[in-house]
Design a protein around this ligand. Structure first.
Ligand code: ADP
Length: 399
């Protein structure tokens, strides 16, 4: 079955076209809303095609992507009719969705209801859904939610200690994100360990521009570090992660900042960028730390220390762990971060093989722990689009 996977952000659309599990094409359209939108289109074994277009909104962007997919020179399809289903990444499904779902008018209405708690993410996801409904009205569409995998968290893990009425009335609770990635690498880890997911306790660390860590107990997410929004948890590229909630209140008073300004400060100017004053990119931070920059070093230390503490707390929460899994741009590529996080955890049964860690090749899954390590340390490349394609196939075939 040919499935188009769409990940629509506020000014970008990522896409991948699959035939069953085989990827036929992928691409990224950036700077939507301008006359300088750039399309990078890639087909395995061919040269990347880059083109610039005026693309003022998402529907025009998707029309352009469909056109390139059937282009006799650049495309991979003979007709647009070949697309049998479309899968959308939808960031927030709140408590309405605990699994991937066929998109119906009722489902669209529920995703629209979630705009209130995901004002940045759900509107562009919906724009993609509206556009496909108009452009390919007969094709089934499936929504795959970032929050769905975490819907198994128990009340004690997702409840905030604020007046309960805010949960009952305003749905304020921990939701968690990156669910598709945590789900994927947890299952890949089970396969690597030659065991079934329902006999394992896993700690999955998705470390990218946004970072989160999840405790996966017998295949179910039982706790995760992101919260009501993706701001909670680990410090990230530009997000602050966990801080004393009194801090923003204090800064707002001192600096006379309004809600938008404090929101931007915590989401866009904090994290390792805020600490280092240099960059949100871990490659740059490692380079500068290597040259002796103190704040770049501190930013890396704060990030890794926080991650180490989360790992310890999830081992306590699950009463043990079989493996710690690293994924995402940083988790897959930074041996420096992996070593800083898991070294000196022998007490808990984590023994890193430093040579294997350093030798791990890009795009390759690997066990980087010593044979004697009671808790294995795995690096597994994530593939969220593949999960979306598989779910879309399954749900579309069943309906
Ligand atoms: P996103 O969260 O947007 O999907 P990725 O998972 O691709 O992002 O992660 C991007 C981040 O990964 C970059 O900002 C960079 O900090 C980090 N990264 C990528 N390659 C390396 C590397 N070789 N060493 C250290 N960090 C890296």
């Amino acid at each position: 079955m040919k499935v188009l996977v769409l990940n629509c952000g506020s000014s970008s659309i990522k896409y991948k076209l699959y035939d069953d599990d085989r990827q036929l094409a992928e691409g990224l359209l950036e700077k939507i809303g301008t006359a300088q939108a750039q399309l990078n289109h890639m087909v395995a074994g061919r040269k990347k095609v880059v083109s610039v277009h005026e693309v003022l909104e998402h529907q025009a962007g998707i029309e352009l992507i469909l056109k390139v997919l059937v282009d006799p020179g650049k495309g991979v399809l003979t007709s647009i009719e070949d697309i049998q289903a479309v899968g959308h990444r939808v960031v927030h499904g709140a408590e309405s969705f605990s699994e991937s779902t066929l998109i119906t008018p009722e489902v669209v209405a529920k995703i629209e209801e979630c705009i209130d708690i995901a004002p940045l993410h759900n509107p562009p996801n919906l724009a993609g859904i509206y556009a496909i409904s108009r452009l390919l009205p007969k094709v089934p569409q499936v929504a795959v939610f970032d929050t769905a995998f975490h819907q198994t968290m128990p009340d004690k893990a997702f409840t905030y200690a604020i007046p309960y009425v805010f949960y009952a009335r305003n749905h304020i609770r921990k939701y968690g994100f990156h669910g598709t990635s945590h789900y994927f690498v947890a299952h890949e880890a089970a396969a690597m360990l030659g065991r079934t997911i329902d006999e394992l306790k896993l700690i999955t660390c998705h470390l990218g521009n946004g970072s989160s860590i999840t405790a996966v107990d017998h295949g179910k997410s039982v706790d995760t570090s992101m919260g009501f929004t993706p701001l909670e948890g680990l410090p990230m590229g530009t997000r602050c992660g966990d801080i004393d909630p009194a801090v923003p209140l204090y800064i707002m008073g001192k600096e006379e900042l309004n809600l938008q300004q404090i929101n931007a400060l915590l989401n866009k100017h904090s994290g390792v960028l805020g600490i280092s004053g240099i960059s949100n990119d871990f490659r740059t931070l490692e380079e500068e730390a290597g040259k002796g920059d103190k704040r770049a070093t501190l930013a890396l230390e704060v990030f890794c220390y926080k991650l180490k503490k989360y790992i310890g707390s999830y081992i306590a929460a699950m009463n043990g762990a079989d493996a710690i899994v690293f994924t995402g741009g940083i988790g897959e590529n930074s041996d420096v971060v992996r070593e800083m996080v898991v070294k000196d955890m022998e007490f808990l049964g984590v023994e890193l093989d430093a040579d294997k860690n350093r030798a791990k090749k890009h795009d390759e899954a690997a066990d980087i722990s010593k044979p004697s390590s009671r808790i294995k340390v795995l690096v597994i490349p994530t593939n969220e689009e593949l999960v979306i394609a598989r779910d879309t196939r399954r749900v579309a075939a069943a309906n």
